[in-house]
Design a protein. Structure first.
Length: 95
């Protein structure tokens, strides 16, 4: 439970930061560094499904794309697919 609460806190803080950035002037020079993000939104839990994680993940992915990130976005994935997404992200950041 503490891990979930910590993750949710980080997620909300990061989302707030990104949404605040939307109002700022865009960078006029191209970014030479590679920017990659992995966004996960799981809410389809069997006993207690959540509506917002998928919506939040899609919103964050959209903002990150606007900021020049290549986004690997996954929603409602099982453990096998989550591990696959993490491996794919690892390969992407290695170049």
């Amino acid at each position: 439970m503490k891990t979930t609460a910590a993750f949710l806190f980080f997620f909300v803080a990061f989302a707030s930061y990104l949404f605040a950035q939307r109002g700022m002037k865009t960078i006029e020079q191209p970014i030479s560094e590679k920017r990659v993000a992995l966004v996960i939104g799981n809410g389809a839990y069997k006993e207690s499904p959540l509506k917002n994680p998928t919506n939040d993940a899609n919103a964050i992915a959209s903002v990150l794309k606007e900021l020049g990130f290549k986004v690997l976005s996954k929603t409602n994935v099982n453990q096998k697919d989550l591990k696959r997404a993490i491996r794919e992200f690892g390969q992407e950041i290695k170049g």
